[in-house]
Design a protein around this ligand. Structure first.
Ligand code: GTQ
Length: 352
């Protein structure tokens, strides 16, 4: 049962001398701010449903490659700043930071580690790589690469054309916690051997035998190749009724749980002409078109998105997705803050 909330007193109602006396002592009355801090019934997100078109981002990012040498940028990134938070806020949603990073042939983005967790979703180009604690992680379009909190990571490029990827970090959260910082390190000694996705965690349902007895690695798998995700979605689609989302979650192969503590990653496939309602939940989410033509309805906003475009939905939003093509499938990569919400006990899924 929910009762109607009474209207509360305002600051203006209070005598000026009383307000001044409080302010001098660093005191503020709660009740004038109560409803803003705790809105009735549902959060009032500042995050606005927003679209970033790759065809508009790409030329500006390539120009950054001409204007700003890597030494002057460390990470050459254009940030997807949600206008609802003000562009200076560098928030894509309340908890999620996203941007696109450019690395040119021969460049290195130096080794560092930081408290925010990061992931990369490769958008364009061959020959890019990330090294995490000496593990060489090759990048091909659509691949997901994790660089979890406090893990050493550097990026490089051994190919011929520009490499661009989508960066996603839980940076706004760490900034809000006043816990965000980085340390620089020496260049890593990178192993000249295939990574865990090619050796120890080759397929779902199989883990190295010894891991059953020993303490399990916290981040056993750091790379999910798109070449394996896409056929997995296509296989699931053959066994999923039309109108039901074909939706796979990326999980830690040792625990079956989320692969990072704060952010969750998943991939969606919509068959030609298909439309689905994403189950409405309390999380904020970012969607990236890996391939195909999408239409998204986020509360009152309708967006159309093509390959490599990014759009976001605030917490608690209703989201409908449609494949605009009658012939080709649509593939979307989704990031949400549901893992964090589950951990702090506030995750909710709402009835349709
Ligand atoms: O590649 O390590 O977009 O440290 C922001 C901060 C990327 C990175 C970002 C970073 C990185």
């Amino acid at each position: 049962m929910t009762a109607a909330a009474p209207t509360l007193g305002t600051l203006e109602e209070l005598p000026a001398d009383y307000r001044a006396a409080m302010a001098r002592r660093n005191l503020v009355p709660l009740w004038p701010s109560m409803r803003a801090l705790l809105p009735q019934g549902a959060p009032r997100p500042r995050t606005e449903p927003t679209l970033w078109r790759y065809e508009e981002v790409r030329p500006l990012l390539l120009r950054a490659g001409e204007l700003t040498p890597i030494e002057k940028a460390e990470r050459r990134v254009l940030v997807f700043a949600n206008p609802g938070h003000g562009l200076d806020g560098l928030h894509t949603t309340g908890t999620i930071y996203a941007g696109m990073q450019l690395i040119l042939p021969g460049e290195t983005a130096p080794n560092h580690r930081h408290t925010p967790s990061a992931v990369r979703l490769v958008v364009e180009g061959e020959g890019g790589f990330t090294a995490v604690n000496g593990e060489y992680l090759p990048m091909a379009p659509g691949d997901l690469i994790l660089t979890p909190a406090l893990q050493w990571h550097e990026h490089g490029h051994r190919g011929r054309d520009p490499v661009i990827w989508l960066d996603i970090l839980d940076l706004p959260l760490l900034v809000g916690m006043e816990a965000s910082y980085a340390r620089e390190g020496e260049r890593q000694t990178v192993r000249n051997a295939p990574d865990a996705a090619a050796t120890r965690y080759r397929r779902a349902g199989l883990v190295p035998y010894a891991s059953l007895a020993a303490s399990r690695p916290i981040y056993p798998l750091l790379r999910w190749p798109w070449a394996e995700i896409r056929p997995a979605l296509e296989a699931l689609a053959t066994d999923t009724p039309a109108g039901t989302p074909v939706h796979l979650a990326y999980v830690n192969p040792e625990t079956g749980g989320e692969c990072l503590p704060t952010l969750g990653f998943s991939a969606l496939m919509l068959r030609p002409g298909e439309e689905v309602a994403v189950p409405r939940d309390s999380a904020s989410a970012l969607y990236h078109v890996v391939d195909g033509e999408a239409e998204a309805e986020i509360e009152e906003t309708t967006l159309t998105a093509s390959r490599a475009d990014v759009f976001v939905a605030p917490v608690h939003a209703r989201v409908r997705l449609a494949n605009r093509s009658a012939r080709a499938p649509l593939f979307l990569f989704r990031i949400d803050d549901a893992p964090l919400q589950r951990k702090i006990g506030i995750y909710e899924c709402f009835p349709a």
